[in-house]
Design a protein around this ligand. Structure first.
Ligand code: CDP
Ligand code: CDP
Length: 222
C-alpha cells in the first residue's frame, strides 16, 4: 500500500479540474477522488438539518450527529450522508452558496482530510480539490495547479447551465484562514484557458513523466 501514488490536482472553480482528473484517472486506471463533493455533502447536510452554515459551532455539533462516509464505485469516489447518496443535489444553488462557509471550518476540514488520505490505502489516486498538494498530500511530487481566466471559467459554468458564480466562491476560498486555495509548493501550473481537455491531460501526463512516475503506470496511458 505504500507504493500507491497520489496525483494532486488543485485550482479554482471551473478551471476543469474534475474533468481532467477523471480523464487522467481513467487513462491510468487510477481511482479519481472528487473532494469538492465531500465539502458539498456537508453543505447539503446543513440544509437537511436546518443548520446555519455560518454558525460554526452548530456545524461542528452536526458532525457528531450525521455520519459521512466515503467509498469508490467504478473507480470514482462516492460520498454518503447517513447512508444516502445526495446525487445531483450536491450541485444545487443552495449548496453552491453554502459550501465555502462550511469549508472554512477547521473541524470540517480535518474530518474530510482524514477521509481523503484514507483513499491511498485502497490504491493510487488522482485527487482534485483546493488543498490536495498543500495539505492532504504535501509530499507527493505529482502536483498540478490548473487555472483558467475568469472569463473562460464563467463561460464554462454558464455552458453547463449551472447557476453559480465560480469567481465569488474562489474569493471566499482564497481568503479563508484554514487551508486557503493556493498554488502548492512544487506544483506545476497549467493554464487551461486556451487548451482542450485532452491537451490538459497530456500536460498532466508530462508532469508525471518528468517527476518520475513508475514506468508501469505510465505504460498504461493510451
Ligand atoms: O466544481 P467546483 O470547482 O465548482 O467546486 P468543487 O470542487 O465541487 O468545490 C466546492 C467547494 O468546496 C469549493 O468552492 C471550496 O469551498 C470547497 N473545497 C475545499 O475547500 N477544499 C477542497 N479540497 C475541495 C473543495
Ligand atoms: O472541476 P472544475 O470545477 O474545475 O471544472 P469542471 O467541472 O471539470 O469543468 C468545467 C467545464 O469546462 C466542463 O464542462 C468541461 O468540459 C469544460 N472544459 C474543461 O474542463 N477543460 C478544458 N480545457 C476545456 C473545457
Amino acid at each position: 500500500s505504500n507504493s500507491h501514488i497520489a496525483v494532486a490536482i488543485d485550482g479554482p472553480a471551473a478551471s476543469g479540474k474534475s474533468t481532467v482528473a477523471k480523464t487522467l484517472a481513467k487513462r491510468l486506471g487510477l481511482i479519481m477522488v472528487n473532494t469538492g463533493a465531500m465539502y458539498r455533502a456537508v453543505a447539503w447536510a446543513t440544509i437537511q438539518h436546518g443548520v446555519d452554515p455560518s454558525d460554526s459551532a452548530a456545524v461542528v455539533a452536526m458532525l457528531d450527529e450525521v455520519e459521512f462516509s466515503c467509498g469508490v464505485s467504478n473507480n470514482l469516489s462516492t460520498v454518503l450522508v447517513d447512508g444516502v447518496d445526495p446525487g445531483d443535489a450536491l450541485r444545487q444553488d443552495a449548496v453552491n452558496s453554502r459550501v465555502s462557509k462550511v469549508a472554512a471550518i477547521p473541524e470540517v476540514r480535518s474530518l474530510l482530510v482524514e477521509m481523503q488520505r484514507d483513499y491511498l490505502k485502497l490504491g493510487s489516486v488522482v485527487m482534485e480539490g483546493r488543498d490536495i498538494g498543500s495539505v492532504v498530500f504535501p509530499n507527493t511530487p505529482f502536483k498540478m495547479y490548473i487555472d483558467a481566466s475568469e472569463e473562460v471559467r464563467r463561460k464554462r459554468r454558464a455552458a453547463e447551465g449551472i447557476i453559480d458564480d465560480p469567481t465569488a466562491r474562489d474569493k471566499e476560498d482564497s481568503k479563508r484562514k484554514s487551508s486557503p486555495l493556493v498554488v502548492a509548493e512544487g506544483a506545476v501550473k497549467i493554464d487551461s484557458s486556451e487548451l482542450g481537455i485532452e491537451e490538459v491531460v497530456d500536460a498532466a501526463l508530462e508532469v508525471l513523466r518528468e517527476r518520475g512516475a513508475p514506468a508501469e503506470l505510465l505504460a498504461k496511458a493510451k
